[in-house]
Design a protein around this ligand. Structure first.
Ligand code: L34
Length: 294
């Protein structure tokens, strides 16, 4: 029997738990946590993700603001926005939505963010703390996946985990989190990427397969063993003329064919995406609590 990991429902549960904490904060007369988000340009995918983030802030009772900048903003101007947010005492955490336009150096922008407000967990300081198992903000997508594994009672200790994709925001941090000691962790992790040889042979050994490369229908049924746990991080828009919009979202996994072999599988949409947003809310609450030493 295949169980669908319902990220949408779990994200609502997590957000409800956050809301209860925020209600207590407000009842004690304090201001709620505040998240600021910077969006450069008008990439339609980023617009959709941002809408989900702003709506989630409303659901949990945070205040938030969306700072929109034109895609021709200079790097110096964007760094000035970051500096202002670093210095604004009313802002507990903020994010600069990626991707940024080509003329802007992502690294320089991420490095400029005060690590104590870096609720994306992308700053090398937070990444380094995470790698060493020290308290830090975890990057939202891997954090969301850790919560899914925990809440669905999926055993990770001693399991073979195969991760496809080595990005700084998903694959690489995910490999560190699952290999370190912890309630969710203690896995034997293989990080596969574009230079990996004999990928199907490797993925067939996975007890837990996490795909984060961004190619529709990349993971096929012959690449997984019976009983595998599949976490699909990909979000790809493909043409679908049967839809009113003319397109639909799919992950990296050929869901129809792979799901029957899986013990657990995340759908797209409604899987990892909503958990990424819920984890951002958790990090923002943490930034607020850290600030006031709760
Ligand atoms: N700085 N940039 C920064 N932080 C992040 O954490 C992100 N990411 C990724 C892209 N750039 C970023 C996100 O927020 C990906 N991502 C993200 C966030 C939300 C969703 C997907 C990815 C999401 O809500 N997905 C919905 C469908 C959304 C739609 O309809 O397009 C889902 O059900 O999967």
């Amino acid at each position: 029997m295949t169980q669908i990991i319902d990220g949408k429902e779990l994200s609502q549960t997590v957000k409800q738990e956050i809301k209860e904490k925020v209600d207590l904060i407000k009842e004690s007369g304090k201001r709620p946590p505040h998240l600021s988000a910077v969006l450069v340009g008008n990439n339609p995918a980023s617009e959709a993700y941002m809408r989900n983030k702003v709506r989630s802030c409303e659901q949990v009772g945070f205040s938030s603001d969306l700072i929109r900048k034109e895609s021709d903003i200079t790097q110096a101007e964007l760094l000035a926005v970051v500096k202002q947010l670093n210095e604004d005492d009313q802002v507990d955490g903020f994010i600069v939505q990626l991707p940024l336009p080509d003329h802007i150096d992502d690294e320089a922008v991420l490095l400029a963010i005060d690590p104590s407000k870096d609720v994306d967990g992308f700053h090398p300081y937070n990444f380094g703390c995470m790698a060493q198992g020290l308290d830090s903000f975890l990057p939202a997508t891997p954090y969301g996946i850790m919560i899914m594994l925990e809440r669905y009672g999926i055993e990770t200790s001693g399991k073979n985990v195969v991760i496809i994709g080595r990005s700084n925001i998903v694959g690489t941090p995910m490999s560190l989190l699952l290999s370190r000691k912890g309630k969710v962790g203690n896995s034997t992790v293989t990080l596969a990427h574009s230079r990996t040889k004999n990928l199907p042979e490797i993925t067939r050994r996975a007890d837990i397969l996490i795909s984060a490369l961004g190619k529709p229908f990349f993971v096929t049924a012959d690449m997984v063993k019976e009983g595998v746990v599949v976490i699909d991080v990909g979000i790809n828009r493909i043409d679908d003329l049967t839809r009113k919009s003319g397109s639909r979202l799919v992950g990296d996994v050929d869901f129809e064919k792979v799901a029957p072999k899986a013990s657990f599988i995340t759908p797209v949409p409604g899987g990892v995406g909503p958990m990424t947003v819920a984890s951002l809310m958790l990090n923002t609450l943490k930034a607020y609590n850290n600030k006031y030493d709760v």
